[in-house]
Design a protein around this ligand. Structure first.
Ligand SMILES: Nc1ncnc2c1ncn2[C@@H]1O[C@H](COP(=O)(O)OP(=O)(O)OP(=O)(O)O)[C@@H](O)[C@H]1O
Length: 281
C-alpha cells in the first residue's frame, strides 16, 4: 500500500513548513487527445519545503504529472482532466493560472523550450518584467538568479551560443528569478558533465523552496530529495524515503530502475538545506 506523507516512515515536513501543502493532487487522471491514458487517479501531497523525486521507467507518466503542476496540462488547460491539483491550497484552474504560475516554476527537460530571448539577461528578466519589475529592482533580481547558477558573466551572451549545460543553468535562473515557492524540474541532471551536475545539486540544495524533480539519476535523487515516489504506468507504485527505494533491489527491478555499478546508497550523505521554508531570500 502507498503510505501517505503524514504516516510514519516518511520524513516530517521541515521546520517552518506551513500546514497547507505546497502541492496536492487528488485523484488526477489524464488522457492525451489521442486517447492514450497517461495518469490514473494519482493522489499526492507535497508538504511545503520538501524535496521530492519522481522516479519511474520511460513512459510512466512523470512528465505528464509535472505538466499538471502549473496547469500546462489538466483542467486549467481545458483538457478533459479528472481530479484536482492544488498549489498552496489553491485549485489549479483557468482563473487561477496566473497565481499558480507565479508560485510554481517549471524547468523543462530541454532548455531550448525555455530560452527564446536575444541574451541570457533578457531571458532571465522576462518573467520578472512581466510581474512589473523595472530598473534597479529588476537588475538585482536578474543578477541574484544568475549568481545562483554561476552564469552572471554570460549575461550578455545569446543563449544559443552557450553549451547545453550552460543553457540548463540559465533555464533554472529564469525560474529562480520569479522567486517561485515551488520549483519543478524535468530531468535536470541529464546531459550535464559531473562538475555541472554537482554544481546544480549545490544550487538546488541551497534553495529554501519546495522542489519536485523528475529524474532517472538515482544518486542525484538520493542526494537531493528526502522522499521519492515511483510512478509506473500512470500510477504511484511506491512512496517513501529515497534511501529505502534505492536499497530495495526488488522494487528497483520491478520499475526498471538501476543504480550505477558500485554505487552504495548508504554511503551518500543527503544534502541539507541552508534556508527557511517557502520563499527565496
Ligand atoms: N502528446 C502526447 N500524445 C499522446 N500520448 C502521449 C503524449 N505525450 C506523452 N504521451 C504518452 O504518455 C505516456 C507518459 O508519457 P510521459 O512523457 O509523461 O512519460 P515519462 O515518464 O516522462 O517518460 P520518460 O522517462 O521517457 O521521459 C507515454 O506512454 C507517452 O507515450
Amino acid at each position: 500500500m502507498t503510505p501517505q506523507p503524514h504516516e510514519p516512515g516518511l520524513p516530517a515536513p521541515r521546520d517552518g513548513a506551513a500546514a497547507v501543502p505546497a502541492l496536492e493532487l487528488r485523484e488526477v487522471a489524464f488522457a492525451y487527445p489521442d486517447g492514450h491514458q497517461a495518469l490514473f487517479g494519482v493522489d499526492l501531497v507535497v508538504p511545503a519545503g520538501q524535496r521530492l523525486a519522481v522516479l519511474g521507467p520511460n513512459g510512466a507518466g512523470k512528465t505528464t504529472l509535472l505538466l499538471h503542476l502549473n496547469g500546462i496540462l489538466g483542467r486549467a488547460a481545458g483538457s478533459n482532466a479528472v481530479g484536482e491539483v492544488l498549489v498552496g491550497g489553491i485549485a489549479v484552474a483557468k482563473d487561477t493560472l496566473g497565481e499558480v504560475r507565479r508560485a510554481v516554476g517549471l524547468v523543462f527537460q530541454d532548455p531550448d523550450d525555455q530560452l527564446f530571448m536575444p541574451t541570457v539577461r533578457d531571458d532571465v528578466a522576462f518573467g520578472p518584467t512581466n510581474l512589473g519589475l523595472r530598473g534597479a529592482e529588476l537588475d538585482a533580481r536578474v543578477d541574484e538568479a544568475l549568481d545562483a547558477v554561476g552564469m552572471r558573466e554570460f549575461a550578455a551572451r545569446p543563449p544559443h551560443h552557450l553549451s547545453f549545460g550552460q543553457r540548463r543553468r540559465v533555464a533554472v535562473a529564469t525560474v529562480l528569478a520569479m522567486r517561485c515557492q515551488v520549483l519543478v524540474l524535468d530531468e535536470p541532471s541529464s546531459n550535464l558533465d559531473p562538475a555541472s551536475r554537482r554544481e546544480l545539486l549545490d544550487v538546488l540544495a541551497a534553495l529554501p523552496v519546495t522542489v519536485v524533480v523528475v529524474t532517472h539519476d538515482l544518486p542525484f535523487a538520493l542526494e537531493l530529495c528526502e522522499r521519492s515516489v515511483v510512478l509506473d504506468a500512470g500510477r504511484i507504485a511506491h512512496d517513501g524515503p529515497t534511501l529505502d527505494v534505492l536499497q530495495d533491489p526488488d522494487l528497483l527491478a520491478r520499475h526498471r530502475l538501476e543504480l550505477p555499478v558500485g554505487f552504495d546508497p548508504a554511503a551518500v550523505v543527503p544534502r541539507g538545506r541552508t534556508g527557511a521554508a517557502t520563499s527565496l531570500p
